[in-house]
Structure formats: C-alpha cells, structure tokens
Ligand binder design. Structure first.
Ligand code: MG
Ligand code: MG
Length: 250
C-alpha cells in the first residue's frame, strides 16, 4: 500500500531529514586514512542522538547492528561497521544513514573518497551523484516511476558504467521501507504515476564493471561479483504540487 503524506507529515520528515543531512556531513568530515568504520558509526549515532526525538533508524532494523551502513570499494551497500575495517588512502566508502524522528523516517547516502583516488574512481563518484540529480529532476507530478529510473540509467550507462538492478529505492515515511519500489532503470512513462504526497528514497547504486551482485557470508554486505568498485548516493524526496522537495539536503 502506498501511503501519501500530508503537508504536516512532510514537514516532520524534513525536520528529521535536516538532522540526517548534518549527520552524514559529520561522518563525511571524519573520513580519513586510519579510521575504522565502527568509529564512523559512533560519530553518526552520537550526533543523531544529541537531537531530542531522533534515533538512528538502522540500529536493530531487520537485526542490523550499526547506525550506518559502511561499504568500502567493491562493497555496494549494507556493510557492517567494524573496528577491523580501517580506511586506506585511495579507498571509497559509501555511508548510508537513516533517521527516525517523531514517528517518521528519512534515508540518505553519499560516497566519499579517502584522500586522493584514481581518475576512474573519481569519475564513478561524479557520475553516480549526477545520476541521482537526474533521477530527482524527473521525480515530479505527472511523471512516472519509469521516468526516474530512465533518467538515472541514461546518465550511468552514458558514462559506460552499470546500474545495479538487484537493489532499488523505496517509499519511505511511516515505515522505513514502504511501497513503491523505485528502480534505477526503466522506461519513460511506465510504472506508477507520481502524485503530490508521495515520499520516496531515490538511491542509484552504480558499478564500474557489470551489474551483478552477491551477498557475503556475513549475510549483509552486498558486493560486485566482478570485484569492480561501486558508488551509492541517496536522498529522500517528497513529490509536491510544484515539483519536489529534497528532504535530506544539507
Ligand atoms: Mg539508505
Ligand atoms: Mg534507502
């Protein structure tokens, strides 16, 4: 069931989203060679909990132990924070964070270079972020879910990278994962029509190599089958009468 949100509900999501955006920024600033993903997790958790009414949404969600997902290099999503995972110069790390605030959820991710990265990796980050912007630009009333996916896919494949298909964006708000699914591929004018009040997480996951994925024995971490690097950017977006509102923008 798709749960459209009232203006009041979207305002609450925006309040939570502001806390989330600031938390992502704090973690981004803490990324450096030598830091562990568990230390980054603590930065996010402490920052979120310092805001009355806000809690890290991932902690305990489906049994996940972290407040962030921290996914390095060929890891696409759902990396478990660990003191054994220490960042090195030239790595990239996807930081995915969720906030629960006064009954509403928001979700956002960014991928950060650890110091200087090679040119192909830098291009992967730029293209993935640009594909998210294209998806958001297509998320307006009268368009369809397929317009979002097509916009993302065009940017990614136009740059010679591949879109992950096994994982998709999602409705969000009252529940962390709501209907509809929001694929990062598709055809214009296909799928659900977008209407004001729809709140969705748009989250392209982009691989340098092929799109195939597999799950590691820890049952969480999803990696590229070919070992190529992967990037992930995400915002929570509300469709409005006039267009849309990004609820997790800094
Ligand atoms: Mg997320
Ligand atoms: Mg999400």
């Amino acid at each position: 069931m798709i749960q459209l949100k009232s203006a009041r509900e979207i305002e609450l999501m925006a309040e939570g989203g502001r806390i989330l955006a600031a938390a992502v920024q704090r973690v981004r600033e803490a990324v450096r060679p030598g830091v562990s993903t568990l230390e980054l997790d603590a930065v996010a958790e402490e920052f979120i909990r310092s805001h009355p009414g806000a809690t890290p949404a991932f902690k305990g969600l489906y049994g996940f132990t972290g407040s962030i997902c921290a996914s390095i290099n060929q890891e696409i999503v759902h990396g478990i924070p660990s003191k054994k995972r220490v960042l090195e110069q030239g790595d990239i790390i996807s930081i995915d964070v969720g906030v629960a605030y006064r009954g509403y959820f928001t979700d956002s991710a960014t991928t950060v270079p650890v110091g200087a990265v090679d040119p192909e990796t830098a291009r992967l980050l730029e293209v993935t972020e640009r594909s998210l912007a294209a998806g958001i630009a297509a998320a307006v009333p009268g368009n369809h879910l397929g317009d979002i996916g097509a916009a993302v896919q065009q940017v990614v494949e136009g740059a010679g990278f591949s879109v992950v298909r096994d994982l998709v964006g999602h409705g969000i708000g009252v529940e962390f994962h709501e209907e509809p699914q929001v694929p990062n591929y598709g055809k214009p004018k296909r799928g659900l029509k977008l209407v004001p009040g729809l709140t969705i997480a748009i989250e392209p996951m982009v691989n340098v190599g092929g799109p195939m994925t597999r799950t590691l024995p820890d049952k969480w971490t999803i990696v590229t089958v070919d070992g190529s690097r992967s990037a992930h950017f995400e915002h929570t977006v509300a469709i409005t009468e006039n267009g849309n509102r990004v609820l997790t923008a800094a």
